[in-house]
Design a protein. Sequence first.
Lengths: 195, 195
Amino acid sequence: MTRKGEQTRTRILDTAARLFHRKGFAATTVNEILEASGTSKGNLYFHFAGKGAIGLAVLQREKVLLMHFLDDVLSRGTPAEGLSRFFTEALEKNRQHAFIGGCIFGNTALEASDTSPAYTDFVAGVFDAWISRIAHQIERAQQAGQLRDDLPPRELAEMVVATVEGGIMQARLLKSEAPLQHTLDTLRKILALHH
Amino acid sequence: MTRKGEQTRTRILDTAARLFHRKGFAATTVNEILEASGTSKGNLYFHFAGKGAIGLAVLQREKVLLMHFLDDVLSRGTPAEGLSRFFTEALEKNRQHAFIGGCIFGNTALEASDTSPAYTDFVAGVFDAWISRIAHQIERAQQAGQLRDDLPPRELAEMVVATVEGGIMQARLLKSEAPLQHTLDTLRKILALHH
């Protein structure tokens, strides 16, 4: 792809990601993406077969970002410090969005799960990868004596991810960081996380 | 309202609730509600000003059902038995839907929160009422020595509701009760719930 083609593709994806985040996938039209990104119809359809392909490309890009984020926050310091940083930075990321948009994977999980199998499979894979990384981190923290070890890592990790998603939902609804902050604080206490 | 008028209104709301649950609010059109409910346009607009009014009426009806559900499951037996029944019956309700549709309040929280203030306010009120009832139940269970008492009831209740919503999201995504069941089992253990 030419440099200009690459830039056009990126601009379309940036715009689409913003619209999907704010309005949801179903309520966003290709025309809105065209207008908001300043792209011609010909250019858009050169890069993408349609809204479905744009949506999947947005999800793929967000998955890469999430995995980089997890690698970055979890890997520094002790296992417990990594987990603690994950909670802190997850709140910070949501604060940066001013609690608009929420989590694109959670949104897609709810919006598309009964109607779009391709999205469902992809997003299920994202959650599975996310839960696996948290479970691995919890296991390391347990081995280091930095986290309660009376429950299996995978079980705790599933609960952590479900609780974070529920907290993001509440924060988005109330346009306030309080629900997510409370929920993350409670998670720290309940995991007996110390470092 | 005549008995026939009441029946028409109920039929419209039943149909709309089903479509909103499955497809989401934004993706459902008034025409689909008309067709699926077998109602004439004149009849629908006699009862409702438009899709927005139908959506709010559906949410109001679902709120009444949720509050009845909570009153029913929480009030029988000891405080801990009530909470335990809440977990069991929440899973059962989702199983009955075969994990399609999820929680209409969670769906609306994510879908409408950045675009429809009337819905947002209403759904925020539903979550607040739900959290308050769980907090009250937790407080009673703590007083009876049936639940960990090192954390405040409201804090635990916020986490419980966030975790249940996150668990419903995962169950819906995977079309499986496993994620919700795991999450609820972990919640029981983490609350040190015993009766």
